[in-house]
Design a binder for this molecule. Structure first.
Ligand code: LMR
Length: 330
């Protein structure tokens, strides 16, 4: 008869214990992002962690890595696909390698304000874009607002001709490159973590950002002029690795889906107030002159930048552009 030795019993026991410990180990969700914590995305990531760990205590652990501390924006998408992080929320300008349709959001002067952006994102066409990358194993879980972009520079920008010849930092987006070429400025792609230094050392002379990114990165300290142009939007898509999300136990995924809806609503409710508060902080800091545009000057910027639309209409789709424009009118 087969006889178990003490050693074999100990070994079998240790495997059983390890197995039990493994079954009880929480699922770790790494959420990596490139901005500061006191920004719409930074706050959203922290709220997601809080709610997930409260409601799925012991089952889920969320690690949030802000400020490009785990992956910078050149690497975070790759990390998501490799399973090194499970949640990221890149700006909508950073998806062109994966889908051309999301380039829609970069078209200058497409949306009149953040409310119009919100209406489009909630529409059937907007929601459809969340699924545009599923064949690449990327699932969009929701849109998070940051806000409308403002132009900052080392000189006063009232009209497009004031920007001629200046070097502007752009996100990794062909549309944004073309937008600056349209006003005869020089775009330069640069990762978010490098922007402050780029502006400080004069590698670039200007940039485009919502108030919250300008303030939290201290860009106003190295940009003496900020034009309140609201010429485009900087929002995010919260995304996950499709295989990871669909492989979660059903109860965990169901609860996380609910939490995502709740966090998305909260981020989108708070984002504008956060941006306005940061605008006020910049005014109070007295580092930069804030330039308001007259309606005529705004028209000049719009007319100069709008030809970019036709260049990308084929990739994005004329119907999608129409649907986005329709969100302005409501
Ligand atoms: C940028 O690169 O300017 C932004 O995408 C950063 C961010 O995530 O808000």
């Amino acid at each position: 008869m087969f006889k178990l030795t003490a050693k074999a019993v100990a070994c079998a026991l240790s495997f059983a214990i390890a197995g039990l410990a493994q079954a009880a180990d929480p699922i770790v969700i790494k959420f990596s992002h490139v901005v500061a914590e006191h920004t719409p995305k930074g706050q959203g990531a922290l709220l997601f962690k809080k709610l997930a760990e409260e409601r799925l205590a012991g089952k889920v652990k969320v690690e949030v890595y802000p400020n490009s501390s785990l992956f910078g924006d050149g690497k975070e998408m790759e990390a998501l696909l490799l399973g090194d992080v499970q949640l990221i929320a890149p700006s909508l300008a950073k998806f062109e390698q994966y889908t051309k349709q999301v380039q829609l959001f970069d078209l200058p002067f497409l949306f009149t304000d953040i409310q119009a952006v919100d209406r489009f994102q909630r529409s059937a066409q907007g929601q459809g874009l969340l699924k545009a990358m599923e064949s690449k194993n990327i699932t969009g879980l929701g849109y998070w607002h940051n806000g409308m972009k403002q132009l900052s520079a080392n000189k006063a920008l009232h009209e497009p001709k004031d920007a001629r010849g200046l070097k502007f930092r752009v996100q990794a987006s062909a549309v944004l490159e073309e937008q600056f070429k349209a006003i005869r400025a020089n775009p330069r792609k640069m990762s978010f973590a490098e922007v402050y230094q780029g502006l400080q050392t004069g590698v670039v002379n200007g940039a485009e950002n919502p108030w919250s990114n300008i303030y939290s990165q201290k860009m106003h300290e190295v940009q003496p002029f900020i034009t309140e142009s609201n010429h485009g939007v900087l929002d995010y898509m919260l995304i996950t690795n499709t295989s990871f999300w669909s492989g979660l136990p059903a109860d965990v995924r169901g609860e996380l889906d609910k939490i995502v809806v709740e966090v998305t609503a909260e981020v989108n409710k708070q984002a504008d107030a956060l941006n306005q508060a940061d605008k006020q902080r910049i005014i109070d800091a007295k580092t930069s002159e804030i330039i308001s545009l007259t309606p005529e000057q705004r028209t000049l910027w719009r007319d100069a930048m709008k030809p970019v639309w036709t260049k990308f209409e084929g990739d994005i789709g004329a119907d999608l552009i129409k649907a986005a424009e329709a969100a302005n009118a409501q």
